[in-house]
Structure formats: structure tokens, C-alpha cells
Design a protein around this ligand. Structure first.
Ligand code: HEC
Length: 166
């Protein structure tokens, strides 16, 4: 009995430490905070950008993954969160023909809520830079995001098509 109380308190303490860890990331200037649990999102796509030498993993929360698997991504459903994590691309020192993720560059997010975020294309936009996760501080930055993403306005402003799986 004593043991299980001890175990429970250890679990509670570590759970609250984990929360404090996530809470340390500052909220963006548009009031959007970094989505909780995004490091456990699942894979939707990958990309490599030659203009800034980065590798990216595009991840989604459960709502996004369900929509991707069902092919129902135009529009993406409310509750979808898409994350794009980037790393500098670096040749592997063990096998130079392989390009592997180097320094972490940033985390970008699109959060779907067509009522709450009606004025920004139905998406809440967020960006946190580097390992320090410093919020992108440009005023009204969603306009910059949308200007480029408008290239794919017929795909609900989303570039990534979910990867094909066997
Ligand atoms: C100059 C163009 C450009 C700008 C500006 C831009 N993006 Fe993107 N974004 C892209 C492209 C191209 C992709 C898909 C491929 C990639 O970059 O990995 C993408 C992908 C994404 C994805 C993954 C979902 C998708 O659409 O494929 C998210 C999330 C994202 N961007 C968020 C943002 C946020 C937040 C901002 C503003 C802070 C922003 N983007 C600004 C070009 C842009």
C-alpha cells in the first residue's frame, strides 16, 4: 500500500514536471500557445527544402491523422493540428551519402478552427524558433504565413499531401 502511494506520488510529480516543461514555452504575440503534446504527433509527410537546407517532418494530431487516413483533407476538419518540425540538413559522418537532421531550426503550426480563426483562413498560425523555442515576434505574422500558403488555397491552405502508405 505504502509502495503504491509512493509510486503514485512519483508519477504525479513527474506528470506535473512534464507540464511545467511544456508551460515554459512562451505564447505567441497572437495569443496562440505551442500545442500540448505535439512531440507525440504522428507522421503525415516529409520534405526537404533546398532554399534553406532543411529537412522537415510534417506531423498531425489524432484528428489530422484520422482525416489523412480517410482521405478527408479538403477541408481539414476542425480540431486538426499540423506541425512542421525543421532541422538543418547535414551529411552523416558515418555514411556521407545519407543526409540526416542536424540542428533543430523551428516548429511551425497550423490549428484548424474555422470559427475562431475565420479571419486567418480558418487556421491559427504559430511559430517557435530554435531549441529555445522563442516565439516568432513579427507583428501580425499570420499575414506572412497566409501570403505564401495562399498558393494552395484550393487545398485548404495546406501544401503537404499525406504520404502514401502500403
Ligand atoms: C515563403 C513561403 C512560406 C511561408 C512564408 C510560410 N510557409 Fe509554411 N509552408 C511552406 C511550404 C512550401 C510548405 C510545404 C513544404 C515544406 O516547407 O516543408 C509549408 C508547410 C507548412 C506546414 C505544414 C502543413 C503544410 O501546409 O504543408 C505548416 C504547419 C506551416 N507551413 C506553417 C507555417 C507558418 C506558421 C508560417 C508563418 C509563420 C508559414 N508556414 C509561412 C511555405 C511557406
Amino acid at each position: 500500500m505504502k509502495k503504491s502511494i509512493l509510486l503514485l506520488s512519483v508519477l504525479l510529480v513527474s506528470a506535473s514536471m512534464l507540464q511545467a516543461e511544456e508551460a515554459k514555452v512562451a505564447v505567441g504575440n497572437n495569443g496562440i500557445g505551442i500545442p500540448e503534446g505535439y512531440k507525440n504527433f504522428r507522421l503525415i509527410g516529409v520534405s526537404q527544402r533546398s532554399d534553406d537546407q532543411t529537412l522537415r517532418a510534417i506531423l498531425g494530431n489524432d484528428v489530422a491523422i484520422e482525416a489523412a487516413r480517410a482521405g478527408k483533407t479538403n477541408p481539414w476538419p476542425n480540431g486538426t493540428i499540423l506541425a512542421k518540425l525543421g532541422w538543418k540538413h547535414t551529411p552523416s559522418d558515418k555514411f556521407p551519402a545519407a543526409t540526416i537532421p542536424g540542428d533543430f531550426t523551428r516548429a511551425d503550426f497550423m490549428i484548424k478552427d474555422d470559427v475562431k480563426y475565420a479571419s486567418t483562413g480558418g487556421w491559427g498560425w504559430g511559430r517557435w524558433i530554435g531549441m529555445e523555442q522563442k516565439p516568432y515576434d513579427k507583428a501580425d505574422f499570420a499575414q506572412e504565413c497566409m501570403a505564401c500558403h495562399s498558393v494552395v488555397k484550393d487545398q485548404d491552405l495546406v501544401f503537404t499531401k499525406p504520404v502514401k502508405l502500403p
